[in-house]
Ligand binder design. Structure first.
Ligand code: NAD
Length: 387
């Protein structure tokens, strides 16, 4: 019988967010999941694995992810590797009966994601794709208000994910700037969150009417030493081309008839990590900005001719707040790490209760991949693409 030790595969930037989540949640779940412990951090870069293990209290380090999956003491795994390894590592984890949370994007294409979605559907393991922004209480509230009919029927949705992590042309080249290892650039890296948010709020996309993608920084120098995430570092004198997009925009139509406009950028100066949502319905408008994660704005049609906006803040009754925020008091703000832990609490809770993960399944990862494929095709062909 497999034990349920936790392993993190990939000790880079996001591996730390997973480690932080598990560390925070362990006291709650070690009683509910027998054998649950902080077991292994695995990375090809031994120093990165050791640093993460030391910082968050994992007992072991490793450099071979297959050997970690084979270890009978490991039963829960987070896949935090570069994009091109997600499908292979998640597939191998599911085949061995592990519970697995895979970072977004699930795959480089829908064709890659489909067999994995079928495997996950047939498996008794708990599995999910990391769509952490679904757990932001304000966005969950907007979704609830839409479902309750407060905003009427959605007529137009604008979702943007603007970042500036690649705006500096002197940042080192990495797997992120190669189509072969990352897939599309901004489209797959942050457009995946935007597309998931669009589906989460407004349902299935029927058609991509048009899209544009652009590479604005066409080459970068290789690093002279190993780096993680978007870190600066010493550069070598060897330049490599960038062959995936820095910026993308797409026009969509949902099955409901609602129009959608999705944008993503990794070179938007000043926009560190800015998810914005503007949802216009027949009875009201909801606005959200990740730079103010604890609130959203809402304007409801009241017939007076003004329909003023109201700012609504987290309260203990907001989705997830009372259960997961250390100080669940009116307007006490939530941050990136807390929201990430809320998602991971749902994952561990599903393992403990043996129920499907509701925060973003492998099937959701596949559906998002279909939307991103259609956007890519529309950008290349200049034609509309039906899903
Ligand atoms: N959910 C989010 O908001 C979010 C945010 C950032 C990154 N991500 C995703 O997380 C994934 C990782 O991104 P990151 O920013 O942490 O990247 P990163 O480059 O910082 O880390 C990746 C790590 O994987 C290791 N690695 C590469 N190949 C390996 C192999 N074969 N075996 C073992 N280790 C290997 C590297 O040494 C590196 O430490 C990406 O898919 C990215 O899209 C998600």
């Amino acid at each position: 019988m497999r034990k349920r030790g936790i392993a993190i595969i990939g000790a880079g930037m996001i591996g730390a967010a997973h480690a932080n989540g598990y560390r925070t949640l362990l006291p709650r779940f070690e009683k509910l999941i027998p054998g649950c412990c902080l077991h292994t951090v695995c990375d090809a870069n031994a120093a990165a694995a050791q640093k993460l293990a030391d910082n968050y209290g994992f007992a072991h380090v490793a450099d071979d992810w297959r050997a970690v999956l084979d270890n009978p003491e490991v039963g829960i795994v987070s896949i935090c590797l570069p994009n091109f390894l997600h499908v292979e590592a998640t597939t191998e984890a599911l085949k061995r009966g592990l519970h697995v949370l895979c970072e977004k994007p699930l795959a480089l294409s829908a064709a890659q994601a489909q067999p994995l979605a079928e495997l996950a559907a047939a498996s008794s393991s708990i599995s999910g794709t990391v769509f952490n922004y679904r757990r932001i209480p304000a966005l969950a509230e907007i979704k609830n208000r839409l479902a309750a009919g407060d905003l009427g029927d959605p007529v137009q949705l604008m979702v943007g994910f603007q970042c500036d992590y690649a705006a500096d042309p002197h940042l080192p080249h990495s797997w992120r700037y190669e189509f072969e290892r990352a897939g599309p650039g901004a489209l797959l890296d942050v457009g995946t969150h935007a597309a998931d948010m669009a589906r989460y709020l407004c349902g299935e996309v029927a058609e991509v009417r048009g899209a544009i993608s652009t590479i604005s920084i066409k080459s970068r120098f290789l690093p002279a030493e190993a780096t993680v995430g978007h870190a600066r570092g010493m550069l070598s004198d060897e330049a490599r081309p960038v062959d995936n997009d820095d910026v993308m925009s797409a026009l969509l139509r949902f099955n409901s008839g609602c129009q959608g406009f999705l944008t993503a950028s990794r070179v938007a100066i000043g926009m560190g990590n800015a998810l914005t949502v503007r949802l216009f319905g027949t009875k009201g408008t909801a606005l959200f900005d990740l730079l103010k994660p604890s609130s959203y704005e809402i304007a409801l049609f009241d017939g007076s001719g003004r329909s003023p906006f109201q700012s609504l803040y987290n309260v203990p009754a907001s989705p997830g707040v009372a259960a997961h925020v250390a100080v669940p008091h009116d307007t006490v703000s939530v941050g990136y790490g807390e929201v990430f832990s809320m998602m991971m609490a749902e994952f561990l809770g599903c393992i403990a209760a043996d129920r499907p993960f509701s925060n973003g399944s492998i099937a959701d990862g596949y559906e998002v991949a279909r939307i991103l494929d259609a956007i890519q095709l529309a950008a290349m062909d200049g034609k509309a693409v039906k899903l």
